[in-house]
Design a binder for this molecule. Structure first.
Ligand code: UT7
Length: 317
């Protein structure tokens, strides 16, 4: 079974509070907190790019794994806010880490990108051709934000999380995964940056209410499907680690599974929606706080643009 042998995360120092938004936008702390659960979000500085965040998270993950960058056999970065369209943020990150020659590529799967990357990495490790694979979920998505669109500007934050994966001894690791998508609903949440959009028109566009409805539905489905694939029930779960997009979506997912609140990790108040970074950012915080124990069953679940949704059930250790 493929194991996570080291995990790390990083959030930029710059931070905006809800009251910071009140100064230039028709919004207030009460609305943002009650509708989303968000209090703060970390914002990358103008000279800080996505790969810089990825490197900081990866260095921590490699240190915890006791693996040096030259030992990596592959680098996969999940992001919707790459430094450049090409080279990939994975290649830039690998070079900055000093990984030398190594296969490297990005995955574009929005918020569930980290879980998509876990699945891809697991499959490739399973071939026996790659021993250590670095998987990163990272975003500097605030660089695309229209700071005057109150429907999106208050929601997103920047951050990075990374994991070193390798084949384990069979007892601990990724027990089950589930990936799904439906491109027919892509128009409901978009980062309009690319050949379809002229420079100057860039931005994040979202039909919040419709995205919310789909997120509630698919987060629940994804969580139940990972449980089914692992032959487990919700009561076997020690931790639900949901994508942190909205506290009300997290709460609906918890209720669908019938889990008590103390089994759900929530840090949306501090980071907002960090898209592909949110799950590894949460896992790193849980490690720092001594919450994750060897043998814990951790169910990670996410939903995002595409639409894409995914889950992974991990026996921690
Ligand atoms: O990570 C990928 C997945 N993303 C998500 O899952 C996000 C899903 N969507 C959501 O989290 C929620 O839909 C939001 C938090 C974005 C919005 O909450 P909502 O309860 O769905 O509000 P709404 O969009 O229906 O807007 C309600 C009202 C509107 O005013 P009117 O038309 O009723 O007069 C908005 O204009 O709230 C207004 N509004 C705001 N008011 C104060 C929207 N944004 C703001 C704001 N401050 N920042």
């Amino acid at each position: 079974m493929v194991r996570i042998v080291g995990l790390g995360a990083y959030a930029p120092e710059g931070k905006l509070s809800n009251s910071d938004f009140e100064k230039f936008m028709d919004t207030d702390d009460g609305w943002i907190t009650s509708r989303s659960g968000i209090k703060f979000r970390h914002i990358s500085s103008p000279d800080e790019v996505t790969s810089d965040l990825a490197v900081k998270a990866s260095e921590k993950a490699l240190r915890r794994a006791g693996v040096s960058p030259e030992d990596l056999d592959m680098v996969i970065v999940a992001t919707s806010s790459p430094d450049t369209l090409t080279p990939s943020t994975a290649c830039i990150t690998a070079a900055k880490l000093g990984a030398g020659k190594v296969p490297c590529f990005d995955i574009s799967a929005a918020c569930p990108g980290f879980l998509y990357a876990l699945e891809v990495a697991s499959g490739l490790i399973g071939t026996g051709r790659y021993r250590y694979v670095l998987v990163v979920g990272v975003e500097s998505g605030t660089k695309f934000i229209d700071w005057y669109d109150r429907g999106t500007a208050v929601l997103f934050g920047d951050g990075a999380g990374a994991a070193v994966l390798t084949e384990g001894d069979g007892e601990y690791g990724i027990l089950a995964t589930y990936l799904q998508g439906d491109g027919r609903l892509g128009n409901l949440l978009k980062i309009e940056v690319g050949v379809a959009y002229p420079p100057g028109s860039w931005g994040v566009r979202m039909k919040g209410r419709e995205v919310f409805r789909n997120a509630v539905l698919q987060m629940g489905e994804a969580a139940l499907e990972a449980l089914r694939r692992a032959g487990m029930r919700a009561e076997d779960i020690d931790w639900l680690v949901p994508h942190q997009a909205n506290l009300r979506i997290i709460e609906a997912t918890r209720q669908r599974l019938g889990l008590p609140p103390e089994k759900v990790y929530v840090n949306i108040g501090e980071y907002g929606n960090t898209s592909a970074a949110s799950i590894p950012l949460a896992l790193d915080e849980m490690i720092e706080r001594g919450l994750l124990k060897r043998g814990d069953n951790v169910l990670a679940v996410s939903f995002g643009a595409g639409f894409t949704w995914a889950s992974a059930l991990i026996r921690w250790g």
